[in-house]
Design a protein around this ligand. Sequence first.
Ligand code: AMP
Length: 356
Amino acid sequence: MKVATPGSTIGILGGGQLGRMLTMAASQLGYRCIGYAPAGDNVSADLCADFFENGWGDTAALAAFATQCDVVTWEFENVPLTAVNAMPADRLAPGAKSLQVAQDRLAEKRFVEELGATCAPYMRVESDEDFRRALDRIGTPGILKTAREGYDGKGQWRIASAHEAEGVRFPGRPCVYEGMVDFDAEFSVILVRGHDGEVRIWDSTANTHEGGMLVRSTLPAGPSVEAQVEIARDIARQTADALQYVGVLTLEFFATKQGPVFNEMAPRVHNSGHWTIEGAATSQFENHIRAICGLPLGATETRFASIDMRNIVGEDAQSAHQILAEDGEPHLHLYGKREAREGRKMGHVTRVSHKT
Ligand code: AMP
């Protein structure tokens, strides 16, 4: 692998807050970032040297973007594979295969099961008959999820009882029906893998979700997570190796009485790793840039006794500046989104403590 020298251009597919934070980390290391995403509230564009606001099907624009890039990555896992495949494979990191697997809930479950992971009971649902069969076999409570393009709880229907299931119809797109997992906590394993196969892993936070969306990540994660994190790390490491992955990879798990149950993977930096900006020796953003540019990876150790990262969701970012007046060390990050909508991630705040 060729090391990307200072001044090289990193192309980022997607224009959201993850791209914005990747761009900040890349700038610090002397790189220039350009972005590509369809027209919208592309908050990484404010920081990029150039930004292509073009559709994912615009082959001429994709080609023009690719010619400018020394390295290409993505910040959004629903970038269509056709757009990713329009990038030069030898400059793309991670590889397209990881996106192909992670874009399909069935494919990612099968992939990790082959490596020995446990998933919630699940069945593919492609018709109303499939759905009734899945309800018969798996029972309730459960969740019907679209196989593709769901995020932050979107494209999901929670079904509490057989009675409730009667009112739910197959939504017309391939889905997976999963049994509801009775968990003690949720956690993710976030790792970075370099071109040479070296893997480094951050501590796992306990993650709290509301309505299917992450709202809070805390360290220490508590005994139920700590007792099973090693098994989960092993699965994550094997997944990264099997994909010959380069960059930051996230696997989400439920901590249950029977051990870790895999939920889903994200082939990218992750919301549950935002705490690493202040809380770890090297952030997930910097290590992703280091990995894809062929630089040595940074240490991932946690630097504080406790950490509390909370998302700022749907609120007007103007009032968030009040957080800066708090005691302690509140580290505020606002994403520059122009419109606050319900359920929209506007920023996050990380509070750290030197003592437990
Ligand atoms: P997902 O989009 O699959 O990550 O789901 C979002 C959130 O919904 C998860 O982080 C959990 O809080 C919850 N959830 C999803 N699937 C299940 C399940 N099978 N059992 C229990 N909770 C779930």
